[in-house]
Design a protein around this ligand. Structure first.
Ligand SMILES: Nc1ncnc2c1ncn2[C@@H]1O[C@H](COP(=O)(O)OP(=O)(O)O)[C@@H](O)[C@H]1O
Ligand SMILES: [Mg+2]
Length: 347
């Protein structure tokens, strides 16, 4: 039996199975992925491995012959591969292949689908709660448009007509700005690839979307942004996570208080903080808030999936999510991501 804490895994096969496995295994602490092999160096898992700085090769024998490896996971689905491994692997190396690999593949795929569904349910629920706010925000400029249009009907002075028309254009622009932000948010995530993401910009986008969720009343927003807070991330997932955290903060303050959004660049990490001066989280809830379906909100206001998804997104970005809270004073959520390495020339 392989001891997990010293497991060094090599993945053979860079297709969808390889990608899902890579995503899953790279989150397991104390497990090292030594490398991944596929004949096709443009296969999806090979691209993903490069993002993760994991060794890639088109020669299976490179990995099978690597003496550090003690577990080979074969998701090539190629019967020839089984024979090849059997003939070339070192003595202490275990192989997960054939039906066992297929089962693992199925489980991983099932888990990934479930995760995607929970993510989507949470998003739909979020959209549901934004609708009232959005209707309100769109109705305001529409009323203005109506007023100015009626004014134009009765107006003879070309200068005033011009002024009204300008107001109408501004109001329509404001409305379409709201719609643009929303279509970006409501789109179902398809190919959300890892790209360079400016965290300050993402916080701004998230704030725009989340503020539809509740009435802002006496809320002040403080921004403490580091000048160059850029990480490699899947932009849509990250946006959803930030919307969740900001919406939670606004809800906790019931429209009154200070929301502080911050980014910080440190030697090895880049962090984002979302702080509120809201109700705070009791100690005995702190462990539970990241569980799926844990909520203290009445039905219709919360699904309990927000923080569960935020945690999953942060971990898929190799980051850490932490919380600091005091009842009656407020809460700070911190997302800490590894500092991206300088771009290197790839072959
Ligand atoms: N900023 C916050 N301040 C106080 N409590 C919070 C905050 N964020 C989350 N919580 C608590 O954690 C619970 C779970 O949050 P979440 O997973 O986003 O689900 P939901 O918002 O749907 O309830 C909330 O119901 C609330 O009790
Ligand atoms: Mg929430």
């Amino acid at each position: 039996m392989v001891n997990l804490s010293s497991t060094k895994v090599a993945i053979l096969g860079g297709g969808k199975g390889g990608t899902l496995l890579l995503d899953l295994l790279s989150q397991v602490p104390d497990l090292e992925i030594v490398g991944i092999a596929d004949k096709d160096l443009t296969a999806p898992a090979i691209k993903r491995a490069r993002d993760l700085k994991i060794k890639v090769t088109d020669q299976v024998s490179d990995l099978i012959g690597d003496h550090g490896v003690n577990l080979l996971v074969d998701v090539t689905g190629d019967p020839e591969m089984e024979r090849f491994i059997a003939g070339h692997k070192g003595p202490g190396v275990e192989v997960l292949g054939g039906a066992a690999a297929k089962l693992l593949w199925n489980l991983v795929q099932y888990e990934s689908k479930l995760q995607a569904q929970l993510f989507h349910i949470d998003k739909l629920a979020g959209i549901g709660s934004f609708v009232a706010g959005i209707a309100h925000d769109i109705n305001n400029p529409l009323q203005l448009v109506l007023g100015y249009a009626e004014g134009i009907l009765d107006e003879q002075d070309p200068a005033i007509i011009r002024e009204y028309a300008t107001e109408i254009i501004q109001a329509v622009k404001r409305t379409s700005a709201i719609c643009t932000g929303l279509t970006q948010y409501t789109r179902r995530i398809t190919a959300d690839e890892f790209v360079e993401v400016d965290l300050n910009r993402k916080l701004e986008d998230a704030l725009k979307i989340a503020r539809h969720a509740t009435v802002f009343q006496d809320l002040s927003v403080v921004k403490e942004y580091a000048p160059k807070a850029v990480i490699r991330a899947r932009p849509e997932e990250l946006l959803h996570a930030l919307v969740n955290l900001i919406a939670n903060a606004i809800q906790a303050m019931e429209g009154r208080g200070t929301l502080t959004l911050g980014t910080r660049c440190e030697a090895n990490s880049i962090s984002v903080t979302i702080s509120d001066t809201g109700c705070g989280i009791p100690k005995d809830h702190l462990e539970k808030i990241f569980e799926a379906f844990f909520t203290t909100k009445p039905p219709g206001k919360g699904t309990g999936l927000g923080l569960y998804n935020v945690k999953a997104v942060v971990e898929q970005h190799f980051g850490k999510l932490s919380v600091d809270s005091e009842v009656g004073r407020g809460t700070t959520f911190r997302l800490r991501f590894p500092q991206p390495e300088q771009p290197t020339q790839r072959p």
